[in-house]
Write a protein that binds this ligand. Structure first.
Ligand code: ADP
Length: 480
């Protein structure tokens, strides 16, 4: 008997799509996790209409009701972190520890925004006109379309959905094709949280069908997108052309600077974690290791020693440090950049081979290039795999210039014991997030997340700053 299809959630009802797509485990391609509905254009139109209708009343809903719903969702995510973490690792390929941590993170995000429902701020000011008062308040934007990537299948949806609902918006959620399992499980939890029909809708399906439709619809007031640079730029162009509010998070080419005065153990650990954990499939991954000449050889030796001990394997096996690459397409991209790096003249100092394991999966040995130059394609373009390259520099000034010398600006790290250099790096880095003696990847959920240059567009996500995207400001003048 074939398993029932996991359906979309539209206007408070579960609905079949045009067809269904299998969800395949990248650690074992014989393991089919389930079949998931693919929305037809008509389904998307119905979901948009349901969200627009629900907004008429949800925008005036009580903050206590919003608090209760978000708090309930957060509580259930935290309680089910092991089970859902397993599902996440099974469909995305990050390790079980990382999967469980990500589900817990999603739970914390909902809890945080439950609290924020009770703290929606406003301002009361005197007017320049006698007897008049000015009141500045925050109102919801309307129907918000969310388009999410596969690398954080539950945390990224959570940090878009939770603030959207907190501030009184209604939601159309379009997850990445590769990870419908977490999206569906999250939707199932949300469907029992007490929200009125249409406030939250799940529309699984292709980017070119569902994503495009959300971006194009005049009924969708705002689009929050996380994904690749090419798609993100087209989303910005189309959404702004019709006057929609838009926020996009795209790629990174994040530097980790290691200075001569660094604690070598901290430097090697930051590089290992930042470049390779989660199979390097994080937009905040440190793919460029910029190292001053006095510590260069010792740093490379220390990192190689750590890489020797890394276990690449099935995401659900407890001994695994690094799971598989997410799919064949991403693996082909990683291998192609390994080839490009070699041809550009960089030296492959470690790894980079395809690996066989007891189950068929997309296993790749973590790879380290040395003797690479800042202008090489491997140091300018996002690879999105377990691949990093070392760039040798003379001193702090050259390190800073190289760190900033890419079209991206998401996260930038430095490992140093010098207060002076840490302070100068914090101020002069052209990234949205700066890390001192901690990995470039790995962020808190209560503070802003986002980048500069080609990495991001629009207001920041997460923490209280999320309010700038999910609300619009109203200024009222009141005379007695
Ligand atoms: P990746 O290459 O990592 O999958 P994408 O940017 O293609 O990154 O995907 C990120 C998200 O954007 C996914 O949910 C995907 O379905 C969606 N998407 C892809 N193409 C489009 C498009 N033309 N319009 C809107 N969304 C899209």
């Amino acid at each position: 008997m074939t398993e029932p299809v996991h359906r979309n959630f539209i206007g408070g009802s579960w609905r079949e799509g045009a067809d269904a797509r299998p969800n395949i485990n990248p650690s074992d391609t014989t393991d089919v996790i389930g079949r998931y509905a693919q929305a037809a254009t008509g389904d998307v139109a119905d979901a948009i209409a349901a969200a627009a209708k629900a907004f008429e009343t949800w925008q005036f809903s009580s903050i206590q009701d919003r608090f209760d719903a978000l708090d309930r969702i957060g509580t259930e995510l935290l309680a089910r972190r092991e089970e859902l973490g397993r599902l996440l690792s099974r469909e995305e390929g990050k390790t079980l520890k990382e999967g469980i941590g990500e589900v817990a993170r999603a739970g914390s995000v909902f809890k945080f925004f439950a609290g924020e429902c009770l703290r929606i701020p406003g301002e009361l000011l005197a007017s320049t006109r006698p007897g008049v008062t000015v009141e500045v308040t925050r109102e919801p934007v309307g129907v918000v379309g969310m388009i999410t990537p596969w690398n954080f299948p539950i945390a990224i949806p959570a940090w878009k959905i939770a603030p959207a609902l907190c501030y009184g918006n209604t939601v159309l959620f379009k997850p990445a094709e590769l990870v419908p399992g977490c999206a569906w499980a999250l939707t199932e939890i949300i469907s029992r949280a007490g929200l009125p029909p249409g406030v939250f809708n799940l529309v699984m399906g292709k980017g070119a069908v569902v994503g495009e439709a959300l971006v194009a619809s005049p009924a969708v007031s705002a689009i929050s997108f996380t994904g690749s640079v090419a798609t993100g730029q087209s989303v910005v162009a189309k959404a702004t052309a019709r006057g929609a509010k838009v926020q996009v998070e795209m790629g990174g080419k994040n530097p980790l600077v290691v200075l001569d005065d660094a604690d070598l153990e901290i430097a090697a650990n930051c590089a290992l974690n930042g470049a390779y954990f989660s199979t390097g499939q994080r937009c905040t991954a440190s793919s460029r290791l910029i190292v001053t000449q006095g510590v260069h050889d010792r740093f490379v030796a220390a990192l190689k020693q750590k890489l020797e001990a890394v276990k690449v394997g099935h995401a659900l096996e407890p001994a695994t440090d690094i799971g598989p690459v997410v799919d064949d397409k991403q693996l082909a991209q990683d291998l192609s950049y390994l080839d490009i790096g070699r041809k550009e003249g960089a030296k492959l100092a470690f790894g980079g081979r395809r690996l066989e394991r007891s189950t068929p999966g997309f296993y790749l040995e973590p790879a380290l290039f040395t003797d690479s130059a800042p202008g090489m394609r491997i140091n300018q373009e996002e690879i999105f795999g377990p691949v990093a390259s070392v760039i040798r520099v003379r001193d702090f000034d050259e390190a800073l210039a190289v760190a900033n010398g890419v079209p991206f600006g998401l996260s930038a790290g430095i490992v140093t014991t010098s207060l002076k250099h840490a302070a100068a790096f914090r101020r002069r880095s052209q990234a949205g997030m700066v890390m001192v003696n901690v990995p470039t990847a790995g962020v808190d959920y209560h503070v802003p997340f986002g980048g500069r240059k080609s990495s991001s567009y629009g207001p920041r996500e997460q923490g209280r700053y999320a309010m700038d995207f999910y609300t619009t400001v109203k200024t009222a003048y009141i005379a007695p």
